[in-house]
Design a protein around this ligand. Structure first.
Ligand code: CP
Length: 386
């Protein structure tokens, strides 16, 4: 039996056909029994994580827990270099040759502006050619093709799939299935339901890293998180990443019923994060170094529960923004609604426009890292703020 057949038949989550399992037919006649998505996601995260790397290197990007601090900071260094090299023609020329031999598929079945466009721009920066499906109604899914089959097609034509999907854990499940087809390509999670948005979190941490560079770094700071902390995937992923640092206070400011979910609270507690729960925004503002605002994720409402929230209690205005210390930074994954008044945009604390620009460099850095091209870049010293 060859190694490939062995992986199919004895892989970590492969098994004999049984009730509720599905199967993949191989061209050589083998049938591989697969776990269902529920069965797969019932496996502890610690057991799933090793399957998202190859030879000790990041391969699929699924969740923040894949990024220990040294890896994160290595990617920040690559992003700094990309940022510096993007300012002149020679730098752009050099970068555009690095991954000219690669093709990426952008498959976004949930709306996006920043993640889609910054991944597209990041691909262009490092020379990757792209294809896209943003409206499944214009693909053969309209004719009844499953998403699993559609992604199997993408992996036949492209070297990488970047995807967003409203179903929590679906990207992970696709990676698991895809790895058992013999045509595995890296899959990057660009947002999976209420679950995780790891590349958003990386660019958020990168913005904090740069902003706090001359203030002792990310450790030892006080962070406020405001809004829908239960269903916001970006804020969940940010908290997981921040928990890699030491001596942190988190102020969780959320409406009743929208607080940080128990699984994440447990993780933060285990990492020594001091958690403070409140719904009194103005009392917390003078205490924090960073405030991370979020919108209410009403697309996940079951029965109009978001409509009962008094949003004024979870908003930054031109009045209360000045309760923040002068050095504090304001972040938001965007899009925003009323939770940050546009009158604050010119406030020196407002970092959310720099934050979204950082998304291009972080995502390009990640692409270089995945394809092992980061080591071909010169090392360029960091500049602080923005
Ligand atoms: N922050 C973010 O994910 O934005 P988009 O939904 O526009 O991609």
């Amino acid at each position: 039996m060859c190694i490939r057949d062995k992986l199919y038949l004895d892989g970590p989550y492969g098994r004999r056909p049984g009730k509720n399992s599905s199967s993949l037919s191989q061209s050589d006649g083998y049938t591989v029994s697969l776990l269902t998505i529920d069965e797969y996601l019932r496996q502890p995260v610690a057991e799933r994580l090793p399957y998202y790397q190859r030879e000790g290197r990041l391969y699929h990007v699924m969740m923040s827990q894949q990024f220990p601090r040294p890896l994160m900071e290595e990617i920040f260094g690559v992003a700094n270099t990309l940022k510096a090299m993007s300012h002149d023609y020679e730098g752009l020329e050099f970068l555009s040759r690095l991954l000219r031999h690669k093709r990426a598929m952008l498959y976004f079945t949930q709306p996006s502006t920043r993640t889609f466009l910054s991944f597209l721009t990041a691909c262009q920066l490092v020379g990757i050619t792209t294809g896209e499906v943003q409206d499944p109604a214009l693909s053969s899914e309209y004719k009844g093709e499953s998403q699993e089959d559609a992604i199997r097609v993408f992996s036949s034509y492209f070297d990488l799939v970047i995807m967003r999907d409203p179903k929590p854990g679906f990207c992970e499940y696709i990676a698991y299935r895809q790895d058992r087809t013999g045509f595995s390509v890296p899959i990057l999670n660009g947002g999976s339901g209420k679950d995780q948005h790891p590349t958003q979190a990386l660019l958020d941490l990168y913005t904090m890293h740069r902003s706090f560079q001359r203030m002792g770094g990310i450790s030892g700071k006080r962070y406020a998180f405001v809004g829908d902390l239960q269903r916001g995937r970006a804020v969940r992923s940010v908290m997981y990443l921040l928990a890699n640092y030491e001596d942190l206070d988190f102020y969780a400011i959320a409406p009743k019923g929208f607080q940080i979910s128990p699984d994440l609270q447990l993780h933060l507690g285990e990492r020594g994060v001091r958690l403070h729960f409140t719904d009194q925004l103005n009392e917390v503002l003078p205490e924090v170094d960073c405030i991370y605002m979020t919108r209410v994720q009403d697309e996940y409402d079951l029965s109009g529960e978001s409509g009962k929230i008094d949003l004024a209690n979870f908003s930054l205005t031109e009045e209360n923004v000045n309760l923040l210390p002068k050095h504090a930074i304001i972040l938001h994954p965007l899009p925003r609604r009323q939770e940050i008044s546009s009158g604050i945009d010119a406030n020196p604390r407002a970092m959310y426009w720099s934050q979204l620009r950082n998304g291009v460099y972080i995502r390009a850095a990640l692409l270089l890292y995945i394809f092992g091209k980061n080591e071909q870049l010169p090392i360029i010293q960091e500049k602080s703020r923005s």
